[in-house]
Write a protein that binds this ligand. Structure first.
Ligand SMILES: [Zn+2]
Length: 358
């Protein structure tokens, strides 16, 4: 558990907003290289590590986790040095104003704050509303546009929240971009666990780009790979907090990894039930906790199942509260149990396993 937590916190330090994933690409290549037979990255940005299996008839499996995180991007700089910005992905609008941000320039990071109108002059109507993103602005302390430009900030500079992860009670962690550092920590840990086991199946460990802006990396990630089945590892929204209940969200933090039936809300997507039942069977046989319901929001499994001739894919996720805010809360126990579940499941795959639906 300590090494898993250490790895997770290491990954939380790497800033990689959607479309600007280079730091995480490098980190994942570095982590997977000692664990895999082959590791490479594509010009599109996806990272692929391969552990070759001992039996070519055993199904070849891909584990995918996304390397990007929700963030923001500089849209404009006004003459007084205030910076207008837009979202990269779906950050919660109510958790933007009054927070610190970090602008990731080529000259290095610059810290700023998202300004907010003083309460003294806010009307009662304004006080209960969140302004649209185009009315928000970042203050880096600059006196004019030239000073902002001098720091290396320009239109298109990516931005992330600036805060430190914290450990809460019950082995819970609160952090920005836990989504999807938990997924990356999972695939790296499974790769470590399986490294010297000589299992029948070939395993592809994939870090994808741009999940948060439309599953873009996953759409092309397995195009060149000989993959029979895939599991996407991600976070999912959890309920059971005072303003969310079981009527709206099924999953609860700390009750085990989430094995989704599919997704609801917006478009409906159904994952591979063959793979979901396989993972549930392994969890039951191993005495590992799990939850299985419908999730809100898409993930890489939904893109992968539409690639090539249709690759059976499901999702294994870590439930977390306060999705896409700077304080996503998750349970380290859930994360640890997910690494155990996937390690056991993949080690047990052999030529007798069928992805057939009937
Ligand atoms: Zn995610």
């Amino acid at each position: 558990m300590q090494s898993l937590k250490h790895l997770f916190f290491e990954l939380l330090k790497v800033e990689s907003p959607s479309g600007f994933e280079e730091p995480m690409m490098k980190k994942l290549v570095e982590e997977l290289t000692p664990l895999c037979d082959e590791v490479y990255h594509t010009p599109r940005g996806n990272v692929i590590g391969i552990q070759k299996g001992s039996d070519p008839d055993s199904p070849k499996i891909a584990l995918a986790a996304h390397m990007d995180q929700v963030g923001f991007i500089v849209f404009n700089i006004d003459p007084r040095g205030f910076i207008r910005f837009r979202k990269l992905g779906g950050s919660v609008s109510r958790s933007i104003q009054g927070h610190q941000v970090k602008l990731l320039t080529e000259k290095g990071p610059v810290i700023g704050v998202v300004g907010i109108k003083p309460g003294h002059i806010t009307s009662p109507e304004e006080a209960t509303k969140v302004p649209p993103i185009n009315e928000m602005y970042i203050d880096i302390g600059a006196k004019n546009k030239e000073e902002v430009l001098g720091k290396g900030i320009e239109i298109g500079t990516p931005i992330v929240w600036n805060n430190e992860p914290v450990e809460l009670d019950n082995n819970f962690i609160a952090a920005a971009a836990a989504d999807d550092r938990v997924g990356l920590a999972t695939i790296i840990t499974v790769a470590k666990n399986l490294k010297d086991k000589k299992i029948p199946s070939t395993v592809y460990y994939i870090g994808t780009v741009e999940e948060e802006i439309g599953l873009r990396g996953a759409e092309v990630a397995v195009y060149d790979l000989d993959v029979d089945m895939a599991v996407a590892i991600d976070t999912c929204p959890a309920g059971w907090q005072p303003d969310v209940n079981i009527r709206d969200i099924y999953y609860e933090v700390g009750n085990g990894p989430a094995l989704h039936v599919g997704k609801t809300g917006g478009t409906t997507r159904i994952g591979s039930q063959v793979l979901r039942k396989w993972l549930i069977g392994v969890a039951k046989a191993s005495g590992l906790p799990y939850q299985s319901g419908l999730v809100h929001g898409g993930n890489d499994a939904h893109a992968i199942q539409q690639t090539k001739a249709g690759i059976p894919a499901c999702t294994a996720a870590i439930p977390r509260r306060y999705s896409h805010s700077p304080v996503e809360v998750l349970s380290m126990d859930d994360l640890s149990n997910l690494t155990k579940l996937l390690t056991k499941a993949i080690a047990g795959l052999d030529s007798g396993f069928s992805t057939s639906r009937i």
